[in-house]
Design a protein around this ligand. Structure first.
Ligand SMILES: [Zn+2]
Length: 196
């Protein structure tokens, strides 16, 4: 499959190629082979980008791969809010109305219960420096609309912060910065896909 993609990308006249992998989680323990293949794929893309003028790559629904993908060959990376919707299903019928929250330390989504436990273990203070968390130190546990609003704003602010860190890393030509951040997170397996 990779050779087909490679051939398509290098012969296509389009300056922008969009990739989308459905429900991809390369952080999974059992995905070592796929991580190796994805890394080779990223190396191929950056070689193509170097040799062909006006060539850019976009990754949609990047999920867990958003950070390492932005750190490597992709010019534009997108990921959704509801990637984790299935995890919010407490039984087969009901979806929890409280959306999952992004945890900037582990770089993964947390259920409401896990989030509340984390806050409780941190002297009831939300462990985040973003604007929305600073202005709303208490969790609105009985109001899912407000809870979800804050969760979304917090998500955007955290992701923006991460993308700024990537910009700084690229400006300083310091790929190690992003690498170390991933290594400290729950997504440490994804360090294997960063071409170094
Ligand atoms: Zn926050």
């Amino acid at each position: 499959m990779m050779s087909t993609i490679k051939e398509y990308v290098s012969t296509s006249e389009s300056p922008l190629t969009i990739f989308k992998f459905k429900n991809l989680n390369l952080n999974d323990e059992n995905m070592a082979i796929e991580r190796k293949e994805f890394k080779d794929f990223l190396i191929e893309l950056s070689l193509i980008a170097q040799h062909i003028e006006n060539k850019a790559f976009t990754l949609f629904e990047a999920g867990n791969q958003a950070f390492p993908a932005a750190l490597s060959s992709f010019a534009i990376v997108s990921t959704g809010f509801n990637l984790d919707r299935e995890d919010r299903r407490k039984d087969q019928k009901e979806i929890c109305p409280f959306m999952n929250r992004y945890d900037p330390w582990t770089m993964t989504m947390q259920s409401k219960d896990t989030f509340l436990k984390t806050v409780e273990n941190n002297d009831n203070v939300i462990s985040c420096y973003c604007k929305v968390c600073a202005e709303n130190p208490t969790v609105p546990i009985n109001d899912f609309i407000e809870y979800n609003r804050q969760a979304k704003e917090h998500y955007l602010l955290c992701r923006e912060q991460e993308m700024n860190e990537i910009t700084t890393a690229i400006e300083k030509q310091d790929a190690l910065m992003g690498f170390e951040k991933l290594q400290r997170s729950a997504l440490k397996n994804l360090t294997e896909i960063i071409p170094r």
